[in-house]
Design a protein around this ligand. Sequence first.
Ligand SMILES: [Zn+2]
Length: 298
Amino acid sequence: MKTALTRLLVLTVALIPSLAVAQNRIVIDPGHGGSDPGGVGSGLLEKNIVLDVGRRFKTLLDRDTADTRGGGRWVALLTRSSDVFVSLSARAAFSNNQDADRFMSIHSNAFANASANGTETFAFAEGGTGAALRNLVQAEMIAAWRLTNRGNKVANFAVLRDTAAPAVLHELGFITNATDAAHLASATERQKAAVAHLRAIQRHFGITPFLPALAALSGPADGAGDPATGAIDPTTDGAEPTAPGEAAPPADSAGDDLDDAADTDAASAGCSTASGTAGAFTAFALLGLAAVGRRRRR
Ligand SMILES: [Zn+2]
């Protein structure tokens, strides 16, 4: 009897892993914040636009998890959920500490010439998992907004280089271009952008694209800004107590080392056209080589 019980217990424990539904950990990284507005144009601040899109994306992932009729199951984490400054190194460290499966940064471009326009998405290198996700984000965003397709690109951005998880950095459009800015300014279009990111990550994991129910089917309200209102809510929802944007300043903020200098350049370049910042690209690429120990390829 005791032996039979033991066998049953062993069998039960052995079955648990196969019964568990995998939850992919997605770190969503709204660019800039606080003292860093990012791109400025058309009466808009990049930091507010990308925070709103990021929060909408998190809400969709949470709702997808709650809605068991389809889609996937996710742990969605924001590097910042309010208007606070978070260093690039802190964003990457957060992703690494959270053991993220994917890292998805959201930005909007800016350029001195208002004619520059379009959507582009970056990965650290060609051929890997990050590039595969990049291609899907770009494809879904082109289908959603139908802005100029600037293509799938690679860049040595700090958040792509220093994150252990396969990572992408998306540039929604140019805040300095009238056509693109009209999309950035529209709550309806920002929701479409969030849905495009949801569809991209679902397809990336082999899941048929699924739009979850607008209200969470179970559990407490997620507290994220209501996509229906379109309001950019700067308050925190309290769901990410460990996010760098909610925590004390990271230790490295006291002394700017070589990496921080490179990070700053990368951030600037990420929100301008490559052609307009060739010097900055070269400079931070050289600085990136100095930090060779931290480079990752995927
Ligand atoms: Zn940016």
